[in-house]
Design a protein around this ligand. Structure first.
Ligand code: BGC
Length: 671
């Protein structure tokens, strides 16, 4: 172990890459327009005119602005590229790919005249059951924040506004309109807010969407502490706070609570409801002006008042977008288990079983996209391999199994089983488990079983994991998913995705298990009783071992980590670097992770927290220098007395390695 001493002046450094800035000129122009608007026009302007369009005021040159979901492709009355889902993007741990995803989504928007994309979704993965986990970026705020910031920069640098959602603590779908997420301030600031903060401060996001749920008994759209104190005063946000589609529950509460734009249309934000309240002195007109100002200054900064959004030169079915979807899928699939089963050889006779192998599934709800085409696992394998049999009629299973060397069982969820507005079980369906058992019963000693899972998070593997020779977590890999999976199965590429979540052995091992949903409570509340100890922070605390730890993922190659160095940069940030050597027989990409441990603290802190990562393609026998830069947040905790992040001096350990459970490199640093 190496020791480093340093006196640190850690300045707040926010990445200033290609952010869209609201300039003083934009603000002046907006304010001049606000002055020319009638009160009725202002009240109309702060709500959608119809679903997915804002209100136009042609006499002032303000056009209607089109919005569309998000986050994994452009939705709403269009056919478009279906990208891999959010959790797969996070599994790539590849900032460049997240950025490229943003670029491609923006192209898809420009091709259709869409100005505002309703993504990314950055709610933290708390438990496997949440129906929308697939849209989000996993359990760790640092990884989620890095992925979100790059996605947003990529979208916005092409003239499309991104919307980070759902602010905040929308970590389950069940009872989402009535449920209060009861979370203490420190936990919000350390776990559930950071991805939003990065979206604002590093991504320069144009819009924030308030969630359906209540936070500590207050609806998000009425939560002045969140929308004004945190978002605007603490983080400096100057863009638009919009509601989710019908997440406004009152006029006075939402006007005072900091909401700027009611969506999809005016129910509480209408002249009929607002004007009398102003006339009777209940509401100040200046509050309405402020909302109009926020919306207009952001539209002006993005150029929405000055140029048509539709770019006829971009094709709707864009080969570049398809290539982005394929590259993300290639890097986000995670190999969880491999006992001499993969990759297949030329001699392998492959039998594809299961509905998910025939039709590429995706999660359900507003994140659904109607693609031009999808490539299933069966399609992908048939294109790359000679001996592939696919069975759609389960009765032939025993017969077909007798002629194959490898069974690929594609199971998991789809839009009907996992999606928006409902939660899903931890287990696979009884029918899928039954089929799994039939396959296992017929498997001979010479045959191998590879299980491919489609899900937005962990599934219960306890009953069948030991019988599978290989397990791939494919999440929802998008329209090109079958090609990516076939390339991995046949060894054309090595898998390089790593888990952005911990996978528990049993449901009750999850740190949030006891309070994921308080079914007995009349008010439907969820107490986040595990506090900051969610995901691997919780497993580290209790000592319970997850089945597959956060950051884990196998490769077809092997890697050695060495030569850790820690250096304080002139701006006060800390640079961590180390060597990664590909010691195996295959060229492959590898993700190196950096965690920080506060050795002694005045408050309870996680044993370690992810604060940096790097990913490179490393040729066999080659060594690549990895690096990560740690800013002040890497060492700080949220201090509830001063309501700010605090860095307590002392000893910190810097740990580096291939996963949260395997960190061979260690150094200490004195701050
Ligand atoms: C979802 C949002 C989505 C909106 C518009 C809502 O139901 O929660 O994420 O952007 O619908 O489709």
């Amino acid at each position: 172990m190496r020791k480093f001493a340093a006196i640190l002046f850690l300045a707040l450094s926010f990445g200033a890459k290609a952010q869209v800035q609201i300039t003083p000129q934009d603000k002046e122009r907006a304010s001049a327009l606000v002055k020319q608007m009638t009160l009725e026009e202002k009240c109309r302007f702060i709500a959608g005119a119809r679903s997915f369009y804002t209100y136009a005021i042609p006499r002032l040159g303000i056009p209607e602005i089109r919005m569309a979901d998000g986050p994994q492709g452009v939705r709403n009355n269009t056919v478009s590229t279906l990208y891999p889902c959010g959790i797969l993007t996070a599994s790539t741990w590849n900032r460049d790919l997240a950025h490229r995803l943003g670029n491609s989504l923006a192209d898809d928007c420009r091709a259709r005249g869409v100005s505002i994309l309703l993504g990314p979704g950055v709610n933290i993965y708390r438990a496997p059951m949440c129906g929308r986990n697939f849209e989000y970026f996993g359990e760790d705020p640092y990884l989620a924040g890095e992925t979100a910031a790059q996605y947003i920069l990529g979208v916005q640098e092409k003239g499309v506004m991104a919307t980070v959602k759902h602010f905040a603590a929308n970590n389950q779908e069940r009872a989402r309109h009535t449920m209060s997420s009861d979370v203490d301030e420190r936990t919000l600031q350390e776990i559930y807010f950071p991805a939003f903060r990065k979206a604002v401060q590093e991504g320069g996001v144009g819009a924030v969407m308030d969630s359906y749920n209540l936070v500590n008994s207050v609806h998000s759209t009425e939560n002045a502490w969140m929308n004004k104190v945190v978002l605007r005063d603490q983080w400096g946000f100057e863009g638009i706070v919009m509601s989710d589609w019908t997440s406004v529950y009152s006029t006075i509460g939402a006007v005072n609570g900091g909401l700027d734009l009611e969506c999809p249309k005016g129910v509480f934000f209408t002249p009929e409801k607002i004007v009398p309240l102003i006339e009777n002195g209940v509401l100040e007109e200046s509050l309405i002006d402020e909302k109009v100002q926020h919306i207009l200054q952001t539209f002006i900064a993005f150029g929405f008042l000055d140029k048509p959004q539709k770019d006829e030169s971009i094709p709707e079915n864009n080969p570049q977008s398809a290539a982005t979807a394929l590259d993300i899928a290639r890097e986000g699939v995670v190999l969880l288990k491999n006992e001499n089963a993969l990759p297949f050889t030329k001699k392998s006779k492959i039998l594809v079983v299961g509905n998910n192998g025939i039709k590429m599934p995706h999660g359900g709800g507003s994140g659904e996209v109607t693609p031009f085409y999808t490539i299933s696992v069966a399609d992908g394998l048939k294109a790359l391999h000679k001996k592939v049999t696919v069975i759609e009629d389960k009765s032939l299973l025993e017969q077909e199994m007798a002629s194959c060397t490898d069974v690929v069982y594609c199971c998991g969820f789809n839009r009907d089983l996992e999606g928006e507005a409902f939660d899903r079980p931890f287990s696979l369906t009884p029918k899928q488990l039954e089929l799994m058992e039939r396959i296992q019963q017929n498997l001979t000693a010479k045959q191998h079983l590879t299980v491919i899972i489609n899900a937005g998070g962990a599934v219960d593997m306890s009953g069948w994991r030991d019988h599978a020779d290989a397990i791939l977590m494919a999440w929802y890999p998008g329209q090109e998913g079958g090609t990516a999976l076939a390339e991995i199965l046949t060894g054309r590429i090595s898998p390089s995705g790593k888990l952005p979540i911990s996978i528990e052995e049993k449901a009750e091992d999850n740190p949030s298990f006891a309070t994921y949903f308080d079914a007995g409570s009349k008010q439907s509340r969820t107490s986040y009783s595990e506090g900051i100890f969610t995901g691997y922070r919780g497993y580290d605390k209790t000592g319970v071992k997850p089945l597959y730890p956060f950051g884990f993922g196998l490769s077809y190659s092997t890697f050695k980590y060495s030569n850790l160095a820690v250096e304080v940069l002139p701006d006060g940030n800390v640079k961590v670097s180390f060597d990664v050597t590909n010691t195996g027989k295959k060229d492959a990409a590898e993700i190196g992770q950096v965690y920080v441990r506060d050795v002694k603290s005045s408050v309870p802190r996680p044993l370690k927290e992810l604060k940096g990562y790097d990913k490179h393609f490393v040729g066999k026998g080659k060594t690549v220098r990895y690096s990560a830069v740690l800013d002040r947040y890497a060492f700080s905790f949220y201090d509830t007395a001063s309501h700010s992040f605090k860095l307590e001096g002392g000893e910190f350990e810097i740990l580096a390695g291939p996963s949260s459970a395997d960190l061979p490199l260690k150094a200490t640093i004195q701050l």
